[in-house]
Design a protein around this ligand. Sequence first.
Ligand code: V47
Ligand code: SF4
Length: 387
Amino acid sequence: MNTSIDTLINNTADTELKNIAEKVKQQKRISDEEGIILFEKASLGFAGALANFIRERMHGNTTYFNRNFHIEPTNVCVFSCKFCSYSRLYAHKEEGWELSIDQMVDIVKTYDGKPITEVHIVGGVHPKMNMEYFIELMQKIKVHRPSLHVKAFTAVELDYMFRKAKLTPEEGMKRLHDAGLDSLPGGGAEIFAPEIREQISADKVDADGWLRIHEVAHSLGMHSNATMLYGHIEKYEHRIDHMSRLRTLQDKTGGFNTFIPLKFRNHDNEMSYVPESTITEDMRLYAIARIYLDNFPHLKAYWPMLGRENAQLSLAFGVNDIDGTIDDSTKIYSMAGSEEQTPAMSTEELVTLIKQVKRRPVERDTLYNIVTDFSEVDFAKPDPQLN
Ligand code: V47
Ligand code: SF4
């Protein structure tokens, strides 16, 4: 008998919610209808208790983070997503930045001798930064630091690159993989349902195109993440539809590592009139994602977007990963109004954040191999390798 879940089941009067809790206990998958019921009826306490039960069954107290930095090659973008505070249209490119290959390799070199395991490369979709450009970048990064894991390019950037080069996703992905691309980040997914996607990001790759690119990456043995931009004009049914398409692909390939809900921030973009979601709604969403996405091993709270304290809170609502040190190397969220205007945390700060809520901090690499278990590390005794 498992006391916590049995108590929850016994104390729940609503039959539909009781059945969902029973399914969770028996490790059975919940349906799309049940996902919607959770959004409509589950209290924060109910959803959180179920999600925490699942999180602890899968990972115990372990909370992962990694040591990473971002490179954003450009904020010039041919697309015009209404929620984006980051892109500068090509016509106004004086407001934007464009990094050369050498400038990006120089950024990588600034981490020489530091125990970083991953570089995350995403940016706007620049009409002149093509396949050849990024192949050369991958090759040069790998020549300089072969062991650095390169997680790069959203399916939006890849779709544009492949189409411009007149390559199929299979041909294009193979070429980038051969050049050094190790895995894909989860960006560009937004909300898959066409009735919402057409209103917020009409001109970029659609749901099938996004999913196809991830499927091709998985078929080459690469892993990837998946995001969902929530808390704007979408309804509960669109969130479930989004997660349903991801769950179906994951059943087929098993290639997704992590689901990352991204809270819509409304600063300085064309959707500034849309109010942001509340923290309660954010935590309920994490919890329901953990319950619904039974085949995703990890659920990540991206702390630069959510803020440090809310990221801590999310660890009680199904989240088992809070991304990485980041080193003040991304502007996507600071430009959209996040409270983290200069996102960087030392390893010690990340570990402390996790320990403060009584979880076990574990440094991972991109593929969730354990690098260092920090549960017993005492920062009072400085180790030059650690920061
Ligand atoms: O696709 C843009 C989002 C994403 C806003 O895979 C916004 O580990 C909120 O995908 N409010 C890019 N979100 C970032 C991304 C990501 C981040 C961290 C980790 C990983 C990973 C991936 O940023 C875009 C878009 O959905 N975004 N503008 C905004 N105003
Ligand atoms: Fe371009 Fe990405 Fe911004 Fe859309 S979200 S406008 S694709 S940078």
